[in-house]
Design a binder for this molecule. Sequence first.
Ligand code: PEP
Ligand code: MN
Length: 342
Amino acid sequence: MIVVMREGAGRQEIENVVARLREYGFSIHLSEGVERTIIGAIGEKKPIYLQSIEAMDGVEKLVPILEPYKLVSRSFQNDTTVVNVGSVTIGGPELVVMAGPCAVENEEQLFAAAKAVKEAGGHILRGGAFKPRTSPYSFQGLEEEGLKILAAARDEFGLPVVTEVVNPRDVELVEQYADMLQVGARNMQNFTLLREVGRSRLPVLLKRGLAATVEEWLMAAEYILSEGNMQVVLCERGIRTYETKTRNTLDISAVPLVKELGHLPIIVDPSHAAGRWRLVPSLAKAAVAAGADGIMVEVHPDPQHALSDGPQSLRPDHFKDLVDELKALAQVVGRKLVASGE
Ligand code: PEP
Ligand code: MN
């Protein structure tokens, strides 16, 4: 529920309410606005608690949060969350472009990709060091060596780095090298992992599960927020349908829907949705037109020889064309795409 304090409620009154809520076992999320303070209280609501809190000095009213995803919901927080990844902000007026190869293969490959991302105006470098592959015989990633290459590319090109963490045990390791932790589609309901990244100081990119409903996805985000990490960005990457001509089906309606239901920013990954590079620019543009806060695209210096997801990876020249098109489109939808380094 939300405890709305009266306009001009004093510090002591606010502290008393917070103390009482804590005594009743609620966890507290304080939001101090210019005019009034709002206290988000998550926990079991017994009628006796409610009566006692409602009667306290400085309290205007109690508002229940009806959605099961409490902290994620717009009722809990009306303003869109702005997530900081290094010096890049996601959820503000500027669109964010994350790009890079599916997997870090070696230093030469990643640096060539990072250079392409930087030169085209991308903001965040992506690349998997731990790869959750469908087949155990596929390339599984370079693990810590891959993380080191990512960190070196960040230093060289000045782009913050997002990379996937697959195992709760590896969160501490990945945190040492990355600027943002990615939870992949296959792990969207790995609740131990969600709780672990919820205790991280780093922002989290939470991809939608292969067959997850929007509500299940928001509940997964709730796991992260409930551990204290409010810096979460959602990523729509296509869901499984009966269609086989594309790898997945991009659920474009998820973009405005998630924005209506919650306050977390959302980006779209057209690469894993399409599975084919030729479709990627159209889906990326559809995402921006639908109100996404950014995109995540796979870019490889030599897609034909990529160790994973080559068929859906854009060549650097095609990626550059896409960023230029998105710049123009951004203006039409009231956003801005300011290329990194501009
Ligand atoms: C990825 O981003 O490389 C990836 C594995 O994506 P997803 O988890 O969406 O399949
Ligand atoms: Mn991939």
